[in-house]
Design a protein around this ligand. Structure first.
Ligand code: BDR
Ligand code: CA
Length: 308
């Protein structure tokens, strides 16, 4: 398999961190465009720079939007990822610098310079929404868009029961992107829960790995404890699953292609992803919803990224 070229929009975030390690182990990375989400933009940009230092790459980091498009978010994910978004380990000031170019401009420029790249969206879709509004021809220049987001049967992970975090943080942006891209892969929260690793296998990889494993073991502690407290089974790494699908689409063993829309109103449902499961409305299907992936191949990609 030839290496795909990825442009990663992200809000790191510990599972973003693992996904970014996977990307650098298996693909070429054109850049990290950074959004606010899990924590504020100052932290997410700094975390992206820390990750670039860790992998020893020259991957450019482009700071993007500091807020959602329309409404301020109801919640962040500090309780999962730590106040600084990387488990409050206290890493030194990174050497890698952020670019002066805005993430939205960088998405458009890089998509012109590298037609056929794969866009991977691991955070709220604010940057991508602005990019496609500025240049509606963006979808024609990318080979694939893979989105981590949504909860396709309404079992989300936020204060609004049916909303998943990335979509719930900026539903207007998600709406723009879901309408503008005629076809994308959707890796939703419910698929993530079905693809947890066992504690034993994951601990084995952390013990056997290199400096990347030691880094991840540290940054992941807060999120792991939170997941256990929530009664979630196994090791859950949402963005890593989306990255596996982005790196190699053939890892998907079962999918459903349907029209998916985003609820922007709703006292109890803002941020929900509404799937027309039985094609009642006659809208063209926009999302290939990932239902199952080859778990062994997913695990192999994670192991490689940890140096295990
Ligand atoms: C998504 O929300 C964030 O907290 C994670 O980084 C992931 O992108 C999971 O709902
Ligand atoms: Ca994320």
């Amino acid at each position: 398999m030839s290496k795909p070229l990825l442009l990663i929009d992200t809000d790191p975030g510990v599972d973003d961190a693992l996904a970014i390690l996977m990307a650098h182990a298996k693909a070429d990375v054109a850049g990290l465009t950074v959004a606010a989400g899990n924590v504020g933009l100052g932290h997410t940009v700094r975390n992206a720079r820390t990750l670039v230092d860790l992998v020893g790459a020259a991957t450019p980091v482009f700071p993007g939007c500091p807020t959602p498009l329309v409404r301020m978010p109801d919640e962040d994910a500090v309780h999962v990822h730590g106040v600084d978004g990387l488990g409050d380990v206290g890493f030194p000031e990174p050497r890698a610098q952020a670019s002066d170019e805005h993430a939205v401009q960088a998405i458009l420029r890089l998509s012109r310079e590298h037609p056929g790249l794969t866009l991977v969206a691991l955070g709220p879709l604010t940057n991508l929404a602005l990019a496609v509004r500025l240049d509606p021809s963006l979808p024609q220049r990318v080979a694939r868009l893979v989105i981590m987001g949504g909860a396709v049967t309404g079992q989300g992970n936020t204060g609004k029961i049916p909303a998943e975090f990335n979509i719930g943080f900026d539903p207007e942006a998600a709406h723009v992107v879901f309408e503008a891209f005629p076809a994308f892969d959707l890796v939703d929260w419910e698929a993530v829960l079905r693809h947890a690793f066992t504690e034993e296998e994951f601990d084995g990889w952390l013990a056997a790995g290199d400096r990347r494993a030691r880094f991840f073991e540290q940054v992941f502690r807060t999120a792991r404890t939170f997941n256990l407290k929530r009664g979630r089974r196994g090791v859950i790494v949402a963005d890593a699953l989306a990255m596996a699908v982005a790196i190699d689409a053939s890892i998907v063993t079962r999918s459903e292609t349907r029209h998916v829309a985003v609820e922007m109103d709703g006292r109890l449902t803002r941020g929900a992803t509404v799937v027309d499961w039985s094609a009642r409305l006659g809208h063209p299907a926009n999302a290939r919803i990932v239902m199952e992936v080859d778990q062994a191949r997913f695990g192999a990609m994670v192991r490689l990224a940890l140096g295990a």
